[in-house]
Structures are given as structure tokens and as C-alpha cells.
Design a protein. Structure first.
Length: 497
């Protein structure tokens, strides 16, 4: 099943590229069929997942490069399973969103997203470290092309910055993986756990992983590539960047940094906590002064992902302080729930910006105002997603933030107080944006000519409303899947406490 989930979109993307080069309609329908089938397979995998099991499921293992001990080794647990489904769901949204909008080389555009979908599912499924690295690096290629070909006027600058930041960080990770292979005798990620490495080695390995995953999140101060990439990327590229690509950094901390170098993670938790709190507060303030819709949402993403990394590394302070193991587990669960929720909400926000941009071809907040008068249905949806982005109770955006803040109190009052600022700042920049764009005074005559969203756009945004509300009211299905695997992760990390 996992191989099918990986290779169906990759081969399907190649087929779309070949068969759709002479017919845009054929390319669209073929891409829709491939993306839809991939999502169905992902849901089959989800409903076949045993929720009470902490270990890997749907495991596939075969020799790949035997002379170096490299295997084609796949599997998912409660940490990666939600991310696999999120990837399939987001890609289907991107295909539908591009239906009437992308006129230039639509077959190549859709094929790039399908191929990237397979690669990203490979990242979340790989249990061999070198296989993970191959998928991790290969992911750069389609996104590089998506921004470089279908992006805005400064797309070349944005793509080079994106590529250099992410590639240079991952080179250090490769060195760490080769060292770990020498210690464990294989590239199997689970063999890296419990090696009992010397503290000095753990620190170096942790810093190597940090270089790779901090850029992906992205964490302050290596976050500057993201706003540029979002501004220049087409709508679909922004959706995948925010919904999936950023999550790979958080996933890497859970899969590699914490269990492989637990002592170093504990010793350097102050660094990650500090950078995360800077992201929550400083980047939140930066978001408030943005004049470009995409930049505002991009900085919002950085602040929300700072909240995620805070949760992951606060576990040491929770257990070492007055907290309990249950408090640490609550923090991990909250961080992962926030990752998934942010995937849905940020995708919706960028799709909303795409709807406006397709009609007015501007992202400047000052060019809008009074949109609710001409687009009442869209305005209601945009307000809903902005509130979810701010953590409104009843939406998925509230669940993860509430869990993390609740756990933070066990580490110390000030951790919770500063983390709680994300709710205040999130509400501030979200409401400020809505006031100026949706309810502000009409400053542009083009606004009077706007038409409300059509059936395709209602389907896109309506499906996201359903998901955000469902997990906001009833997050148990998500938490039940991830809890056993996160508890097992704590079992690996706990000896460091």
C-alpha cells in the first residue's frame, strides 16, 4: 500500500506530463483521477491503521543497495500516518484549484505537484535513513520548478534562495546519517535509537539535524526564505509549502533529533525553546505590519510552527519541573495536532488569497476593502478561516494551541504566558487583515466588479470548513492515532531526563 501511495502519483504525474501535453483538459482530468485515487488509498490506509499500536505498520522491506546496507524500507506509525493523508488531501485541493486558473503549461504544472506528492509521502514513510534523505532532497526539484516557472516577477531570486537554504542545511544531515550508519551497522532509522552515543557526538548530530530541519520549519533566524517563496509561488505552490513542506521540519525533530540524540536535545532545549518563543512573539509582530496578503500569512505560518517546536522541546522542562510524563505527552500531542491543523487552515488561507488574486491580480491589502459587499459567501468563508488561524474555539486551530498552553503551565507560568501570546497576536493580525480587506472602505473601483466564488471554489473551501470544524469539535480520531507512537517516543527520550 505504501509503495502504491508513493509511486502512483509519481508515475501518474509522468503520465499526465506525457499524455496531457497536447490537451489541457486531458491533463486536468488525468491529474484529478490520480490525485483522487491517491487520496482514496490514503483513506483506506487510515481506516486500516490499528490505533492501539505504537510501532510501524504496513511495513515493506527489501534490499536496495546491499553493498552499503541501504534498504527500500517503508512503514508508518501514528506520527506519520496523519501527515500522509494530509499530503494526499492537499494535493487534490491543488489540482482542483488549478482547474480554470493555470493556463500556461497546465500538464507540466499538474505533473509537478503529483510527482511532489509521491516524494513527500515517501519522506513520511521512509524508515531507511538514506531513502529518507533521497526523498528529502528530491522534493526540492518539483517545488523549484513550480516557483521558477509559474511564479511571480522575482521567482528566480526566490527559487535560488529556497534551494540554497534547504540544500545546504541537509548536507550536514547527510554527514550525520553516514556517521550513524557506521555506529549502528545499517541505515535503518530505528537502529539509530538507543545507540548510547557519547554526549559530544550527540551534540554534533543534533546540530546537524537542526541545520536541516530548522530551515524546513522554518525557525528564526533561518526563516527569511519562506516569505519570498510564498510571495512568488503560484497559489498551489503556497498551499503545498505551508500545508506539507513546513511539516517535514517538525516531523524530522520527532523522528530523528529527539530519539537519536535525547541527551543533546535536553541539554540544548533552551536554544530551541528560545528560538521558538522568538518566532511566536517577534514574527507575530512582524506579521501585523505586512502590506502583502501572502507575506502576512507566510509570517503567520512561521509563528504557528514556532509554537509547534516549542511544544516538542518543552517536554524536558515539563518533566524536570513540576510536571509529569502525561504533561509531556500532552505537549507532544498538542504540537502534532497543531501541525495537522495548520496544514488545513494555512491551505485554506492561501486558497482564499488565490481567489482574490485571480480576480484582481494584486496581493496588496491596501488595494482591497469592502469585499463583503460583492462577495458575501467568500467573505464568510475567509472570516471563518481567519478565526481558525487565530485559534477560535470550535475550530482545529484551537485544539492544538490549547493542549500546548495547558502543558506549558507544567513547565512554568512564563512559558505558558509567552506561548499564549500567539492567541493574542494571531487574533490581532488576522482581524486587522479581515477589517481592511473584507469590511474596510472600498478604495479600488475593481472591487465593485468582483463576482462571488463559483461552485468549484465553494467545493474547495467548503471541504476545508468541514475538516477544520470536525477536528475542532471532535479531535479524538486524530489523537487516538498519534498517542501510542508519541508515548513510545517519550519512552526513548525519557532516559535522558
Amino acid at each position: 500500500m505504501l509503495s502504491l501511495l508513493i509511486w502512483l502519483p509519481i508515475l501518474g504525474g509522468a503520465a499526465v506530463l506525457w499524455t496531457g501535453r497536447d490537451s489541457a483538459d486531458r491533463a486536468r482530468w488525468s491529474a484529478l483521477a490520480v490525485a483522487g485515487l491517491t487520496l482514496i488509498l490514503g483513506l483506506v490506509l487510515w481506516f486500516g491503521f490499528e490505533t492501539g499500536v505504537a510501532g510501524m505498520q504496513f511495513v515493506e522491506r527489501a534490499a536496495w543497495i546491499e553493498s552499503f546496507g541501504i534498504e527500500y524500507y517503508l512503514g508508518v506509525d501514528g506520527i506519520s500516518m496523519p501527515l500522509v493523508v494530509l499530503t494526499a488531501f492537499s494535493t487534490l485541493l491543488v489540482v482542483i484549484a488549478a482547474w480554470e486558473v493555470v493556463r500556461y503549461k497546465p500538464a507540466q504544472y499538474l505533473a509537478a505537484f503529483l510527482i511532489m506528492e509521491g516524494i513527500m509521502i515517501g519522506v513520511f514513510s521512509a524508515l531507511d535513513a538514506l531513502l529518507f534523505y533521497v526523498f528529502f532532497e528530491a522534493m526540492l526539484i518539483p517545488m523549484f520548478l513550480i516557483i521558477g516557472i509559474w511564479g511571480g516577477p522575482n521567482r528566480i531570486y526566490a527559487t535560488l534562495k529556497f534551494f540554497l537554504y534547504t540544500f545546504l542545511g541537509s548536507v550536514m544531515m547527510l554527514v550525520a546519517l553516514i556517521y550513524l550508519r557506521g555506529q549502528a551497522g545499517s541505515f535503518a532509522i530505528e537502529d539509530f535509537y538507543g545507540l548510547g552515543l557519547p554526549f559530544a557526538s550527540q551534540v554534533l548530530i543534533f546540530l546537524a539535524f537542526l541545520a536541516a530541519f530548522a530551515v524546513k520549519v522554518p525557525m528564526f533566524p533561518v526563516h527569511t526564505w519562506l516569505p519570498d517563496a510564498h510571495v512568488e509561488a503560484p497559489t498551489g505552490g503556497s498551499v503545498i509549502l505551508a500545508a506539507i513542506t513546513l511539516k517535514i521540519g517538525g516531523y524530522g525533530f520527532l523522528r530523528f533529533s529527539l530519539p537519536i540524540a535525547p541527551e543533546a536535545s535536553m541539554a540544548l532545549d533552551w536554544l530551541l525553546i528560545g528560538l521558538s518563543l522568538i518566532a511566536v512573539v517577534y514574527i507575530g509582530l512582524v506579521a501585523m505590519v505586512q502590506q502583502d496578503l501572502k507575506k502576512l500569512i507566510a509570517y503567520s505560518s512561521i509563528a504557528h510552527m514556532g509554537f509547534v517546536t516549542l511544544a516538542f522541546f518543552l517536554i524536558f522542562r515539563i518533566v524536570a519541573g513540576e510536571g509529569t510524563r502525561d504533561g509531556a505527552l500532552l505537549a507532544l500531542e498538542g504540537g502534532l495536532v497543531q501541525m495537522i491543523s495548520h496544514g488545513f487552515v494555512s491551505a485554506a488561507m492561501f486558497l482564499c488569497v488565490g481567489v482574490l488574486y485571480d480576480r484582481m491580480h494584486t496581493r496588496r491589502i491596501a488595494d482591497y476593502g469592502g469585499v463583503a459587499n460583492r462577495m458575501p459567501v467568500f467573505a464568510g468563508l475567509f472570516v471563518f478561516f481567519a478565526m481558525a488561524n487565530a485559534g477560535l474555539p470550535g475550530t482545529s486551530g484551537f485544539v492544538g494551541e490549547f493542549m500546548v498552553i495547558l502543558a506549558s503551565f507544567q513547565a512554568g507560568f512564563w512559558y505558558a504566558a509567552i506561548a499564549g501570546l500567539t492567541l493574542i497576536l494571531g487574533a490581532a493580525y488576522s482581524l486587522w487583515m479581515i477589517k481592511r480587506v473584507v469590511y474596510g472602505q472600498v478604495k479600488n473601483t475593481q472591487v465593485d466588479e468582483l463576482r462571488d466564488i463559483n461552485g468549484r471554489e465553494r467545493l474547495l473551501l467548503g471541504s476545508l470548513v468541514g475538516v477544520v470544524l470536525f477536528f475542532g469539535v471532535y479531535p479524538a480520531p486524530l489523537i487516538n492515532v498519534m498517542a501510542p507512537s508519541l508515548e513510545a517516543l517519550l519512552g526513548i527520550v525519557m532516559p535522558a531526563l
